[in-house]
Ligand binder design. Structure first.
Ligand code: PMP
Length: 304
């Protein structure tokens, strides 16, 4: 960990030298937009595959545009930086890559420059069946931020303070994690992931307009459920009580992959264990991200 290299503004620097100004807008106001990208190691192919990089970079560029930051990087620049830093660290294992565009230098929350980039990979193994654990969640007393104030579509550092309020409150009250309702009182998402329900073999998830981040994992699972598992997929508003009575409930995201919820507000979900369709979808997801599924190779970018 200590001799890990970070890509910072075109240079590969040791972690301890990858620093920002304490008075920078990123340090003081959370003025940074970022992506959490997973790359999975395939022992069969002896290759590291970046998952759906195009979608991650499109979302990062959208986040920059919405914050009126200059489009000073292309998707190609972003991939070149990721590839350089992963190669420099010679990772041959599953990793998570934090790729962050931030406003550095002296400035305020309204500063537009200088716009800098860092790319920080860390080892993060996939969630193997034996280590999967269902979580006990609650609905937060806090409401999800909305497109009327701080758009949850922007993957902005400062937005995570809404997540922080909910997560710390949940833990204080004895839960593992929190779920958010939006301003309309409908189900939004988790603190760092989207939410899916399984009811009568249907996969149901809130729409992009429900105060959620447009999740790449959620999009992937909608495709896989439909095309491979022949499940009906439904994108619609969800009421809170539907979560209590769903057969299976799980969080999804690049970081959490699929993480089952075994209870919500004390209501046991299904049989109180990780559900069979959640497990099937998770196993399928892992086969896709590691290059074992021929149909979805177009989602993978070899890093080496
Ligand atoms: N919502 C929030 C608030 C998140 O932080 C994340 C993680 N990036 C997600 C949803 C899931 O998005 P993705 O599947 O693109 O990682």
């Amino acid at each position: 960990m200590d001799n890990r290299l970070i890509w910072l503004n075109g240079a590969l620097v040791p972690l301890q030298n990858a620093t920002v100004n304490v008075l920078s807008p990123t340090a003081q106001f959370g003025l940074n937009v970022f992506e959490g990208i997973r790359c999975y190691w395939s022992e069969t192919d002896r290759q590291l595959y970046g998952f759906r990089l195009d979608e991650h970079y499109k979302r990062l560029l959208r986040s920059m545009k919405l914050l009126r930051l200059d489009a000073c990087f292309t998707a190609e620049d972003l991939f070149t930086a990721l590839q350089a830093v992963v190669k420099a660290n010679n990772y041959q294992e599953d990793i998570a890559v934090r790729q962050t565009v931030f406003v550095d230098g002296f400035g305020s929350w309204s500063s537009k420059a200088p716009v800098h980039l860092f790319v920080a990979p860390i080892p993060k193994p996939r969630l193997l069946p034996a280590s999967r654990k269902g979580l006990r969640a609650c609905f937060s007393t806090w409401t999800r931020i909305s497109d009327r104030n701080m758009s949850p579509k922007i993957k902005l550092g400062a937005n995570y303070m809404n997540s922080r309020m909910a997560q710390l409150e949940a833990v204080e009250n004895g839960y593992d994690t929190a779920l958010f309702l939006n301003e309309q009182g409908k189900v939004a998402e988790g603190v760092g992931s989207c939410l899916c329900l399984i009811c009568n073999n249907k996969l149901i998830t809130p729409p992009g307009t429900a105060s959620v981040l447009e999740s790449i994992t959620r999009d992937t699972l909608l495709v896989l459920a439909r095309e491979v598992l022949n499940m009906e997929v439904v994108v619609r508003d969800i009421d809170r009580t539907e979560v209590y009575t769903a057969e299976e409930v799980f969080l999804c995201g690049s970081g959490v992959e699929l993480t089952a919820l075994v209870s919500v507000d004390g209501y046991t979900v299904g049989a109180g264990e990780i559900g069979t369709l959640t497990t099937a979808l998770h196993d399928l997801y892992l086969s896709v991200v590691t290059g074992e599924h021929p149909q979805y190779q177009h989602w993978l970018t070899p890093v080496y």
